[in-house]
Each structure stands twice: as C-alpha cells, then as structure tokens.
Design a protein around this ligand. Sequence first.
Ligand SMILES: [Zn+2]
Ligand SMILES: [Zn+2]
Length: 408
Amino acid sequence: MALTVEQECPQCGAPIRIEETDHLLSCPYCNVKSFLFAPDYYRLILPDKAPDKDIIYAPYIRFKGNVYLCQGQTIGHRVVDITHLGAPVKGLPVSLGLRPQAMEMKFVGPHTAGSFLKCSLRLADILAKVGKHTSRSASGQLFHRAYIGETLSIIYLPLFVQDRKVFDAITKNPIVKLSQDQDIFGSAIRSNPPRGLTFMATLCPQCGWNLDGERDSVVLTCSNCSTAWEVSEGKFVRVGLVLVQGRGENTVYLPFWKIEACAKGVEINSFADFVRVTKQPRVVQGNWENQNMCFWSPAFKIRPKIFLRLSGQLTISQKDFEMKETIPKQGLYPVTMPQSEAAQSMKLTLAGSAITEREIFPLLPMVSFTEKNSTLVYLPFTDTGHEMIQQHMRISINKKTLEFGRYL
Ligand SMILES: [Zn+2]
Ligand SMILES: [Zn+2]
C-alpha cells in the first residue's frame, strides 16, 4: 500500500496530498509543477500530537519493493514491505507496523522542530534483513538476489521524554522507562537536522519549454525539442531517447530501457555470444558476431512475472526496430522505472533466457556487466481496451496489470 504525504505547494503554499511514489508535484491551485528531489531517499515524519513537547524523532527505514531470487533452478520473486528501526535504542518498537499507512505524513523540512536520532542502520543492513526474509521460504541454493524498482524511505517516529519515561508522541503512551541517570539518546542525536527536499522547476534545460510527465514519472520529456531528462544530484541530466513509429489512432508508446552491455563471468561481447551462452534454439547469423548485445527492460513498474517476461522477450528477439529521434505530444506512457534500477535486471534476464538453467545458475555469482550505452526507447502498442499489443512483435500486456504496476 502506498503511503500518503501532505506537502505544501512551494509556489502558493496550498496543501497537496501526494503518494510516496510521486516525483512530480502538480499544484491544482496555481498549476505550477515541481520535481521533488531528495539526495538519497524521502524522509518523512509521522505527525505528533504533542505540540507542547520537545520532540525527538526516531528513524525507521522503509523498504517496499520486489525481490528476485535465482534459487535452485527457478527465478522466484517476493513483494516485501517492511519498516525497521534504524537507531540502536533499546526499548523502541523494532517496526512501525501499519501506522505509516494509517496516517498522513509530512516531509522533513526546514521548519520541522525537534531533534533527530542518527540512522545508523545502513542500506546494506536492511537489504540483508530483507534477503533473509525472502530466501528462507524457497528451496535450493541461492545464486543471485536482486532488488528492482524498490521504494526506500526513512520514516521518523516522534517521541518525547517526561518523568524519566519515553513517550510515543502520537498515542502519548509511555514506551520505555528510563533508569536513574540513563541517557538513552545522548550521543545518538544528530547535530544537524537531515536534509529535506529540493523543488526543481520543470523547464527543459535545452529549450526552456515545460517538461511533460506524470506524478510518478522519473524521466520527464520535452515535446518541443524531443529530449528526455532524469534527475541526478539535483540536476536534470539528458537521457538518450528514440521512438519507434506506430500506426493507428489507438497507439500508445510504452517506454523501455535498451542497455548495451558486455558480460564477464560468462563471455558475452556480442548477440551471437548471448545466443550461444543461453543456448537459444536459433542458428547464429554471421552479422550477430559484430552486433552489440543489448539488454531490454520495461521502463515502467509492473508485476515481477510480467517484468521478467517482457525483458526476456525483447532481449532474446534483439529486434532491429526502425527508430527516430522525435516524440509525439501525446500518447507517451510515463517512465516510472529509473535506468539504474532497470540495469540490475540484466543478470535476471540472462538467467531467465537460458534454456539450461542448471548450467547458467551456478555461474551467476561470477557474472558482471559493463554498460556501454543506454537509451530510452518508446515502442508502439495498440490499445484494444483490455490489452496493449506491441505492433511489431504481438507482445501483449493486460491493461489492468499495467495500471496496477503504478502502485507497486
Ligand atoms: Zn500552488
Ligand atoms: Zn526542450
């Protein structure tokens, strides 16, 4: 379930309700759009109900996403949605349970009063916990685990201290009784509050036109100069963009990442190598020896099973689409999966494409990829009402599945 956050419009101050997967804030009052940028993850607070107290915020790391496992002889996947206390303070609840879903949160901002406990749990620690959680229920040796398209955030639980007791500042119930002279927070308090959000004006860095996107877009496009932009370190950075022209009125363009890469561990320097390594039932054509290997992946969030199927179908076909560098003003489906996440699917696609899993899986821990180039490719699909059908390859995606993917 997505979490909701209340945020003021940076332009007119109107309160806007957004979801944790949102990146583009569109104000319904003043129509100004801003792209939300946080240096690492969103930092959210559960609003306290103790306005007269000095609040201390305890950090919880939240992981929500899909974990893929190459285990035994199959590729499995799990949806994981957990929160875990990030500060080494005894007596505090280890998890927030369902509370974040039951309350509207706020972003940490320059006006957030109170002190913050340091978050000492690292991302790797939480991933290890998620990993343990997921591999236990499957059988066979674990060869590879990947986290793709996850949402990570830090949620702060407000506390206050009174009469040598630590209170939950939402329920106002005591949680921990402090012994004489015990200072459970002391050194755990951050000297400076965590950094909040940056609001970026959504103007095309190349031509100044308004960039297009939807609330959950991670790449914005300019229909004036046909460019695409993602945000890195608080700046818009250009993304390579092409489109395969579709036919018919009901054409919708779905975005995919095409990542040119070679692999070590299993030698893949060309498409011919890939066909041989994965033992595709196809005769290697002479020109495939010089054809760079490209891994494809959806650039939108979708259920794991469909994500793997689409990545596999497009990668194995290695279809030579006729591409152009202009995009239409309408009909572009939003990019909700960043390139950096999609790139982590290359190993899964390799594993999933192999005809003999038994031979490939044990090699996976040694396999690494070198990315040479990546491009955002919009492929034309026909919207039949229930399904989206790719116009060249007849690949179909159920529209409900596509819609549901936006809430993953
Ligand atoms: Zn506004
Ligand atoms: Zn432009």
